[in-house]
Design a protein. Structure first.
Length: 397
């Protein structure tokens, strides 16, 4: 028997037994799970901390080696953000000291204007730090970061430009960019420049109009003519095809329109989030354990790689969407999130203590078509997983 066939077969068997184990979550089961996970994370992130190279932030672990990245990488804020989530639950002072150290490292990013990722980088980190400590210096960094981000707003397109012009694109806007709007909304709602929220709303409306298909799936990239604002093309970068539904992109859209509804109470955003949730949860290619393949149209399903990070993002925002819903729909969103969290906490996706380079979750996929980060731990999978668990505890227990 070929090795790849054997690995696939074993993975399929473990998934089969996992789906048999998934039972209805009870409040006690979820409370125990959350308590266990934050204790586990407190110890596991001490293992991770030992793998961080000076001046870098942890990203992944592959072939037995830690992968660390520089501070301009879009994920540089997730390490401190994850540590703040852990500290919030554990009150462990060593975790807090590491979180502060990680913040200090990325502080210079507040004036960075080279891409659209400032929200990921600075709100997941300094935003959480301020929420938990109320230190004015952290809020000032968030405000400065928002000012940097809006320099990328292109009024003719009514969108924030994601990446720089290149041989591939003129003025690309990617679905992921929606996530950066949380920082803009938050700053405007906390005494900052009200124009930031208007920019966030314009961007969200443009994305709703141009990135989404009638079935509420989304394109990854829309490229615009920067002079006229006309659409040049709709394409992918990390997905299986231009016309496919890249799973993490669907997760970003779901998270971000739920978040836009939180800040605006505009029913159009709620409708959009419900539509995206319907696309995901009704999809024939969503596996029984509700951990998506890396793309809903990935070649080779059911043997395609999974993306645990997409599930973690989805679980977190489905818990929020459930708060804005009633009856059966509320139950459906909450119970889908529970299934995702129970699956992620099972041995199929969850590392053993001290293993996985110190990361919590395994089996995420960063950018498969770029041959990058395939079936590995990723820092943001841990971040959104712990965020989802903390939200569950806050809202449902
Ligand atoms: N660019 C963010 C992501 O890979 O999801």
């Amino acid at each position: 028997m070929k090795k790849s066939f054997l690995v696939t077969a074993l993975f399929a068997v473990s998934h089969f037994s996992l789906s048999a184990q998934i039972s209805r979550a009870t409040p006690q089961k979820m409370a125990d799970l959350i308590d266990h996970e934050f204790k586990f994370a407190t110890a596991q992130y001490k293992v991770l901390a030992k793998n961080v190279s000076p001046g870098k932030t942890p990203q992944s672990f592959a072939a037995g080696k830690p992968i660390n990245m520089g501070i301009k990488w879009w994920c540089s804020g997730f390490y401190s953000g994850t540590l703040w989530y852990i500290y919030e639950q554990s009150k462990d002072t060593q975790t807090k000291a590491e979180a502060e150290k990680a913040l200090q490292l990325i502080e210079p990013n507040q004036t960075y204007t080279g891409n659209h990722d400032l929200g990921f980088m600075m709100f997941c980190s300094f935003g959480n730090a301020y929420r938990i400590t109320q230190k004015p210096a952290y809020k000032a960094v968030v405000e400065r970061s928002a000012a940097s981000l809006v320099t990328r707003y292109r009024p003719i397109i009514k969108s924030i430009q994601s990446w720089e012009k290149s041989k591939y694109w003129q003025c690309p806007v990617i679905i992921d960019n929606m996530m950066n709007l949380e920082m803009l909304n938050w700053v405007s709602d906390h005494g900052g420049n009200p124009a930031y929220k208007e920019i966030a709303i314009n961007h969200a409306n443009t994305t709703m109009k141009n990135h989404f298909r009638p079935d509420y799936s989304s394109y990854h990239v829309v490229d615009y003519d920067p002079l006229t604002g006309k659409i040049l093309k709709k394409a992918t970068w990390q997905g299986a095809a231009d016309s496919s539904a890249w799973s993490r992109g669907q997760a970003w859209g779901l998270y971000a329109y739920t978040m836009m509804y939180r800040f605006t109470k505009d029913p159009a955003y709620l409708k959009e989030a419900e539509g995206i949730a319907g696309f995901i949860l009704n999809n024939k290619n969503l596996p029984e354990d509700k951990i998506p393949y890396w793309d809903f149209n990935a070649p080779g399903i059911p043997n395609a790689k999974r993306d645990a990070s997409a599930a973690a993002v989805m679980a977190s925002c489905l818990l929020e969407l459930a708060r804005y819903s009633d009856g059966d729909q509320k139950l459906r969103y909450k119970s889908a999130a529970e299934t995702m969290l129970i699956s992620l906490s099972s041995p199929v996706y969850h590392a053993k203590a001290g293993q996985n380079g110190g990361f919590i979750l395994m089996h995420s996929t960063g950018a498969l078509p770029l041959h990058s980060e395939i079936d590995v731990p990723l820092i943001y999978a841990d971040y959104y997983y712990l965020e989802a668990l903390a939200r569950y505890k806050q809202w449902y227990l």
